[in-house]
Design a protein around this ligand. Structure first.
Ligand SMILES: NC(=O)c1ccc[n+]([C@@H]2O[C@H](COP(=O)([O-])OP(=O)(O)OC[C@H]3O[C@@H](n4cnc5c(N)ncnc54)[C@H](OP(=O)(O)O)[C@@H]3O)[C@@H](O)[C@H]2O)c1
Length: 430
């Protein structure tokens, strides 16, 4: 589009952390201008208005007015959550507006339905900011790496939990103390459930897996475990054993066509590039048959990094709209089939176990025998001293074993008199 032509009109749904960044990022854009901004509270002070030098966009509490405005060509949805985001995006698509969204809940939950509707209405949905904020992973997978067959995607997708795990490691503090600190600094929401439980990471790995493996993923089929049970002891033991504890999302396509997709805390080797993703940063490790291993690390959240991705999507749409050609097929959802998912019980992993037992002769031998009975082969087993309550702390690393086999062994072990508690079970990634 020639910058002297009339600018394309944008309707912005939401002007919070991301929306206000988008307003700033588009301030000097030669090709687009924000016509209307939809918010909940019209009386809230908006710092971006004082910085704008041209005509201010109109602020409205009536968001339907934005999605039905015939002058608006692109609707940018940065409200968050499913309602009213889904209804408004649906209406906007039916009104032939292109969509840019940062909303992973929306894409991971209703993506298939919305992409089908967008195809019917000949408009596009761009959602780069929905995964890892400022890291350009989605369009990298869709376009730059599109010649690859992807084997595996592994990532640290949640800045809040990564910040907590980093603080626990660096400052020798408990989970509870670090969560409180993260909330005080604004890295964690007052209700951190979505982050801590792994749900937020599940949305993101589901979105990336569906792009990489060209199959749709139902969000509830992603096995998800959070960091609520992680203790400082687990983090320090990981370091001692040559690993680092991270909340990992991973997806891999296996030879039978099933996708192993899950989110859980994991010991990863210190040689893995993701082990040096610290603080609130995110990282994604992509394995493609042509490119090999490629890691992208950067800010997974924040006003301007996320606005960078949103504004990039807007520029992409503007370029396509102005060329008056059909949309580049690489940027349009082409797949329709749902993936076959491998249940976590069928996955094969190494495991780290922390067990509290009676402190008496023969216990270690008994535990070894019980694991052996279920064909769980032990790599290392260490008794780490006696606790104040006269119990012993034992740590174990297993060799590769199918999860259901390990769970069967654990069920039996938990029922013996000598075992007081299986304190934690953490998967170890190769
Ligand atoms: N924050 C990040 O760093 C980040 C990073 C990547 C992706 N995202 C995604 O970006 C989206 C927005 O996140 P955010 O952090 O910017 O959220 P936020 O700060 O809470 O802002 C939400 C905005 O939407 C408006 N809004 C919410 N519900 C509304 C309703 N029912 N009617 C009218 N307006 C409504 C709010 O209006 P008021 O201003 O009047 O309250 C506010 O302006 C989410 O999907 C999030 O997952 C965020």
């Amino acid at each position: 589009m020639n910058k002297n032509q009339n600018k394309l009109k944008i309707g912005l749904l939401g002007a919070g952390t991301v929306g206000s960044g988008v307003v700033k990022a588009l301030q000097n854009n030669d090709f687009v201008e924000i016509k209307k901004i939809g918010v909940k509270d019209l009386n809230k002070k908006r710092d971006f208005f004082t910085n704008l030098n041209s005509n201010n966009p109109a602020l409205t509490g009536n968001l339907s007015e934005i999605v039905s405005d015939p002058e608006i060509g692109i609707v940018v949805e940065v409200l968050g959550g499913l309602n009213p985001a889904k209804e408004l995006v649906t209406l906007a698509i039916k009104n032939k507006k292109h969509i840019v969204t940062a909303n992973k809940d929306l894409i991971a939950t209703y993506g298939p339905e919305l992409f089908d509707l967008a195809k019917e209405n000949n408009v596009q949905i761009q959602f780069e900011a929905s995964v890892c904020g400022g890291i350009p992973i989605i369009n990298t997978l869709k376009q730059t790496l599109s010649a690859n067959n992807f084997k595996k995607i592994t990532g640290i997708f949640n800045g809040t939990t990564n910040y907590i795990l980093t603080e626990m490691l660096n400052k020798n503090l408990s989970f509870e103390v670090c969560l409180k600190e993260a909330q005080e600094l604004g890295y964690a929401e007052p209700d951190p459930a979505n982050d801590i439980s792994g749900r937020d990471s599940a949305y993101k790995i589901a979105i990336l897996a569906s792009i990489a493996f060209r199959e749709r993923i139902k969000i509830d089929t992603v096995y998800t475990e959070g960091i609520q049970k992680i203790t400082l002891e687990d983090i320090l033991l990981a370091e001692e054993l040559g690993y680092r504890l991270k909340l990992i999302g991973l997806a891999k396509k296996e030879s039978d066509g099933k996708i192993d997709i899950r989110v859980h805390p994991a010991f990863i080797k210190k040689t893995n590039t993701l082990s040096s993703v610290f603080g609130a940063n995110n990282g994604v490790l992509v394995e493609g048959d042509l490119v090999g291993e490629l890691t992208l690390i950067g800010k997974g959240a924040g006003s301007m990094p996320t606005a960078s991705s949103v504004a990039g999507d807007i520029n992409l749409l503007v370029a396509q709209i102005s060329s008056s050609q059909k949309p580049n097929p690489q940027f349009v959802c082409q797949h329709t089939d749902f993936a076959k998912i491998r249940p976590v019980s069928e996955t094969t992993n190494c495991y780290f176990l922390r067990i509290r037992t009676e402190d008496k002769a023969g216990v270690v031998g008994q535990i070894g025998t019980m694991f052996g009975k279920h064909d769980v082969s032990i790599n290392t087993l260490t008794q780490r001293g006696t606790n104040q309550d006269n119990t012993a702390s034992i740590t174990l690393l297993t060799h590769l074993v199918k999860e259901e086999r390990l769970q069967r062994a654990l069920a039996e072990i938990k029922n013996t008199n000598v075992v007081k508690q299986v304190e934690n079970v953490i998967r170890v990634l190769d």
